[in-house]
Design a protein around this ligand. Structure first.
Ligand code: CTP
Length: 215
């Protein structure tokens, strides 16, 4: 195992916001709790932690370097800038997959009885980093409401990851906003391990131990 103090970790957390106009946006219910818990656990493990966070209402964990971002595009640029120096990237962020094609400079008026907004895909941050991975360990999160393990395994393969954390969302006591969670950690070799149900803090500590890069 590598010397813990030499491990530099890049963690993303929280949602992103994709603005239609200055007062309206597309987002999701991610609170960032799992990502912040992982950042704290990584600091406790002696790692250097860069934490790129979308809009969240959480206290900045002691010992991390925090990079606040808002949109998927901003998160991408921040991750892009920090990726080469990290040993492990853990993407817990619930990145919006779409953003409005047009962002209006002024607040729109309701006018018509209905409105149509055209959306375009945002960049897949994890997939883009994976394509240029050198020595980095890559950990993805798969938040699913159904067929959790099957979809997570698909993402592990499609994004060429070392690990994926499969997380059922929508059920009570797991996923978004909750303080507790239950996850399935799946490795690139196909093996898997159920972790929890437990607090996000305890799950984070176990995850950090299990995904520690060997250098
Ligand atoms: N992810 C990312 N960039 C995006 C979307 C997702 O880096 N634009 C990352 C997430 O942070 C997560 C992993 O990819 O670690 C899987 O995200 P998820 O939203 O579950 O899957 P998607 O690839 O977006 O697929 P789908 O929405 O079809 O389930």
């Amino acid at each position: 195992m590598s010397n813990a103090s030499s491990i530099r970790c890049l963690i993303t957390a929280g949602p992103t916001r994709e603005f239609i106009d200055p007062v309206r946006f597309l987002s999701n219910p991610s609170t960032g709790k799992m990502g912040f818990a992982l950042a704290e656990a990584a600091v406790e493990a002696g790692w250097t932690v860069d934490l790129v966070a979308g809009p969240v209402h959480l206290e900045e964990p002691d010992g991390v370097i925090l990079y606040p971002v808002v949109t998927a595009e901003e998160m991408f640029h921040q991750v892009d800038a920090l990726f080469d120096v990290c040993d492990i990237l853990i993407m817990t962020a619930a990145v919006s997959d779409f953003r409005p094609v047009e962002q209006h400079a002024e607040k729109g008026k309701k006018g018509a009885a209905s409105m149509t907004v055209e959306f375009e895909r945002t960049v897949d941050i994890l997939k883009t980093m994976s394509a240029r991975k050198a020595h980095q360990t890559l950990v993805g999160f798969a938040a699913e409401t159904t067929e959790v393990e099957r979809y997570a395994r698909g993402k592990l393969e499609a994004k060429n990851l070392d690990w994926i954390v499969a997380n059922k969302v929508g059920a009570s006591g797991t996923g978004f906003a909750a303080d507790t969670n239950e996850v399935l950690l799946i490795a690139a070799d196909g093996s898997s391990l159920k972790i929890g149900p437990d607090t996000k803090t305890a799950i984070a500590q176990e995850l950090i131990e299990l995904v520690t890069p060997t250098q």
